[in-house]
Design a protein around this ligand. Sequence first.
Ligand SMILES: C[S@@+](CC[C@H](N)C(=O)[O-])C[C@H]1O[C@@H](n2cnc3c(N)ncnc32)[C@H](O)[C@@H]1O
Length: 264
Amino acid sequence: MLAYQHVFHAGNLADVHKHAALAWLMDYMAAKPKPMTYIETHAGRGLYDLSGPEAQKTGEAQAGIAAVNDWFDAADPYARALSQTRAQYGDVFYPGSPLIAQAFLRRGDVQDSYHLAELHPAEADHLERALPHARIRREDGPQMALSIAPPTPRRGVAVIDPSFEGKADYDAMPKFLRALHKKWNVGVLFLWYPILTTGVQGAMQRQLRGDWPDAVHSTVRFAPARPGHGMVGSGLCIINPPWGMADRMAWIEARFAALPGGQG
Ligand SMILES: C[S@@+](CC[C@H](N)C(=O)[O-])C[C@H]1O[C@@H](n2cnc3c(N)ncnc32)[C@H](O)[C@@H]1O
């Protein structure tokens, strides 16, 4: 089932939580003159037009990044990634995680390696246009990650951001993280998941906290995008977090906690 399209939700508060964490992580990783690998299992289309009919229909970006842009000063890694996209494409464009990561990857003396999977044909077409020099793999992202692991270079990050359209992703992700970590024990594994009013994520959250007591587990809550909308928060599980990751998440959580209806 590939019904989910991130274009309706890009730039919402869950994206702010996820992308503000990812930009900080990539900036930290790129600060060392050692190459890294970036793997993304569920890439999406990479570039989102917030003036398009999909984003306008939901208004999620308006209540998301547009409302909280001033949390991030110009030097903040997330603000730098946003500025790069706005400068290149225009102010109404928002970067997905592949573009955010790319803002920090290096192509000079240090050569980073980049692996993106996107299964939805139309989303993969968009992604190829957004990142013409990247090789996009139109295959199952978790399978791709397992086939690459351990990657060369070994230092690196895997972003795992499924659609969670059905219960299967909640059951599969803890097993997938264990399998990937077994093959790549030094990789920073970065999993995002939604927090829904149904509580369907609860069992997976307990499993993740039990499996990974030393991971950074970050959750934020916010008012639903529309009355009755099921998503009321965003969660991250970051395995092998670098030094400073927990502080970054505490800083972000404090900002969410100060929003109307928010909770860090
Ligand atoms: C939540 S979106 C990704 C958003 C993106 N990571 C970002 O933050 O900008 C999930 C994407 O995963 C794709 N997808 C779903 N199942 C997949 C699979 N098994 N392998 C690769 N991509 C998949 C969907 O088509 C969708 O575009």
